[in-house]
Design a protein around this ligand. Structure first.
Ligand code: NAD
Ligand code: DAU
Length: 349
């Protein structure tokens, strides 16, 4: 069965892996990638698949209702995989409105365009909203987020994502609109923009620059290899139930300081540096405002109902990730020039 699927934000980190998976695994699907190409969007992330016959790219903004109407009319999408977002917590602290605009207004606009186009005929249609575990707030030393955990977002980023999740659910309850939502933990892997902890540290270790650790480095994140995340999205898109939410996580908790030390250890080995060299770059800096202490996902529902499990152990995943960055220094140098330097100096001065 051939069908057209709209993927938003497909030039970003997770979106590009999702586009690659769907374009290569499902040649019968026509995949349209709609992306505004903000600082975080990069068509270089899709070089290897850009000429595939079942792939096309449209530069545009998800807040542009007329553009969305035109795209739905032209392509008759039966599915939407909604990845586009402002995604960096630190940027949301300095510019919250950008997050409200794209994450809240953009999601509502996309829902509206899909609802208009599908016009009550929802058989075989799916609107899949890709969200985050940060909507659940911050955990203490124990416990896990489950699908029923009450929302308690604490940064402008997570508040905007929580708001978009609520809007998606409101469309389900009000219009019986065919939605699915997943809330995932921290991703890592190739094409991760180096404003986020792991790629930022890899980039700085390569360049012998300091490794900024917020506060005492005791905050905990649950890390998942990005290819495992998009595999989960594939499973949920095709076999998950309409109206349901699925948590996705790696069962892989690390304090930031332990994680950065592991990065240093592996990179010293790979770069042929003396053991302990990179750890000396660790620098404790001012804490992030409202810094959530711990995120940890219970992904039992996804495992029991849809049979998904992460495929990679962290040490292996991080080793693959470092190897990718070492082999793609041109990509890294390109994205860390220009506007990135301005952002970096402002954030870490
Ligand atoms: P990213 O910042 O790397 O990519 C976002 C993409 O969206 C970029 O290509 C950007 O150009 C595009 N975009 C931004 N505003 C747009 C707009 N108004 N119209 C069209 N395109 C726009 O983000 P990511 O890390 O790949 O995250 C993707 C999604 O997954 C987000 O919704 C995020 O909340 C969610 N998520 C991310 C993680 C993670 O660890 N990175 C974990 C769980 C969930
Ligand atoms: O949990 C899912 C979320 O994970 C996603 O929804 C977000 O889009 C994604 O950016 C990520 O959010 P975090 O804030 O957890 O990721 P980040 O890489 O920015 O930070 C990870 C941890 O490292 C966090 O505790 C803050 C800390 N940190 C981060 C940076 C950039 C530092 O100590 N120093 C830094 O320079």
């Amino acid at each position: 069965m051939s069908s057209s699927i709209l993927i938003t934000g497909g030039a970003g980190f997770i979106g590009s892996h999702l586009v690659r998976l769907f374009v290569t695994k499902y040649p019968q699907y026509n995949i349209v990638n709609l992306d505004k190409l903000t600082y975080a969007g990069n068509l270089e992330n899709l070089k290897d698949i850009e000429n595939r016959p079942n792939y096309s790219f449209v530069k545009g903004d998800i807040t542009d209702l007329q553009l969305l109407r035109n795209l739905f009319a032209e392509h008759k999408f039966s599915g939407v995989l909604h990845c586009a977002a402002e995604s960096h917590v630190d940027r949301s602290i300095t510019d919250p409105l950008a997050f409200v605009t794209t994450n809240v207004l953009g999601t509502a606009t996309l829902l509206l365009a899909a609802k208009e186009a599908w016009d009550g005929v929802y058989d075989g249609k799916v609107f899949y909203h890709i969200s985050t575990d940060e909507v659940y707030g911050s955990l203490g030393e124990e416990g896990f987020f489950i699908e029923e955990t009450a929302y308690d977002p604490r940064s402008p980023y997570s508040a905007s994502k929580a708001s978009s999740d609520h809007m998606v659910r409101a469309f389900y309850h009000t219009y019986h609109f065919p939605v699915k939502i997943s809330n995932c933990s921290n991703n890592y892997g190739p094409f991760h923009f180096p404003e986020k902890l792991i790629p930022l540290c890899i980039h700085n270790i390569i360049n012998n620059k300091s490794l900024p650790i917020y506060g005492k480095g005791e905050n905990v994140r649950d890390w998942l290899f990005v290819e495992d995340h998009v595999r989960a999205i594939d499973v949920i898109y095709h076999t998950g139930k309409i109206g349901e939410t699925y948590n996705i996580g790696g069962h892989n908790e690390w304090t930031n300081i332990a994680l950065v030390k592991e990065l240093c250890r592996q990179m010293d080995e790979k770069l042929g540096r003396e053991k302990g060299t990179s750890e000396k770059l660790i620098t404790y800096v001012k804490d992030r405002a409202g810094h959530d202490l711990r995120y940890a996902i219970d992904a039992t529902k996804l495992k029991n109902e849809l049979g998904w499990l992460p495929s990679l152990q962290f040490e292996e995943g991080i080793s693959k990730t470092i190897d990718w960055y070492l082999a793609n220094t041109e990509w890294l140098n390109d994205v860390t020039s220009g506007a990135y330097l301005e952002y970096y100096n402002k954030q870490y001065s």
